[in-house]
Design a protein around this ligand. Structure first.
Ligand code: NAP
Length: 254
């Protein structure tokens, strides 16, 4: 949705927008003319978020702002959406991209690691939806894209916590999609396979090689490829797609 002359401005809120897939999503949405709130989680990532926002302003001529918030905290998530709307215009697009891993085999997985992954990946998306949906309902327009994972659809060794959070995202997506469809809001999930970011750089080389051997396209995905799919789902062209979890994995989960 490009901004039209004299129309009230609208923006996209991208959680975890300072790096990886989130930064690529910010770019893809700005390229389509949306103002963008680049969320980051803590003071140490402020500089990276500011850099992304500055590059969006320079390259695409949109308004963009870095906004700090830990999405697992209900109040901070509410304030993120409020601040974005005040500075950048009505929140038309919400991309719940923020996510973490705390991998371990089940027998060794700590309760705290289960809780934290669920809090950020699943509760974080709930918190941001709670903040953004009322105004979308009022405007009778909105696009929500939630970041799931093929781990959430198919399971993965060492990721009981992460896979549960990403499967939860699919349930949240489908249920919310049913509720808000009559209000002109679509809710979809994207389920990437193995994409080149800090998250997958942390995976040991031996496992990376094993995964690569199982990808029919014989390559890892680029953040920009996931971002193109997110931007499409956030666009007017995708108005008749809702409640879907779309895999983007080079064939890994076939
Ligand atoms: P990444 O490079 O590790 O980036 C994670 C992002 O999440 C960072 O921007 C980080 O913000 C943000 N974040 C973490 N905790 C947060 C919190 N409490 N509040 C707000 N933001 C928080 O990961 P990525 O690979 O780009 O992953 C992005 C999303 O895609 C995640 O949901 C991930 O689960 C999903 N995904 C990734 C892959 C993959 O292969 N890479 C595959 C499937 C799904 P800071 O910069 O402030 O730390």
């Amino acid at each position: 949705m490009a901004q039209e002359m004299n129309a009230a401005p609208v923006c996209a809120v991208v959680t975890g927008g300072a790096r990886g897939i989130g930064a690529a999503v910010c770019e893809a949405l700005a390229a389509r003319g949306l103002n963008v709130a680049v969320n980051h989680s803590h003071a140490a990532s402020r500089e990276a978020a500011e850099r992304v926002a500055e590059s969006l302003r320079e390259r695409f001529g949109v308004a963009a702002q870095a906004i700090q918030a830990d999405v697992s905290d209900f109040e901070q998530a509410s304030s993120l959406v409020e601040r974005a709307a005040a500075a950048l215009g009505r929140v038309h697009v919400l991309v719940n991209n923020a996510g973490i891993t705390r991998d371990a085999l089940f027998l060794r997985m700590k309760e705290a690691d289960f809780d934290r992954v669920l809090d950020v990946n699943l509760k974080g998306a709930f918190n941001c939806c709670k903040a953004a949906v009322p105004a979308m309902c009022k405007a009778r327009a909105g696009r929500i894209v939630n970041m799931s994972s093929i781990s959430g659809l198919h399971g993965n060794v060492g990721q009981v916590n992460y896979a549960a959070s990403k499967a939860g995202i699919v349930g949240l997506t489908k249920s919310l999609a049913r509720e808000v469809a009559p209000r002109g809001i679509t809710v979809n999930a994207v389920a990437p396979g193995f994409i080149k970011t800090d998250m997958t750089n942390a995976v040991p080389e031996k496992i990376r090689e094993q995964v690569l051997g199982n990808i029919p396209e014989r390559r890892f995905g680029e953040p920009a490829e996931v971002a193109s799919l997110v931007a499409f789902l956030a666009s007017d062209e995708a108005a008749y797609i809702t409640g879907q979890a779309i895999e983007i994995d080079g064939g890994l989960a076939l």
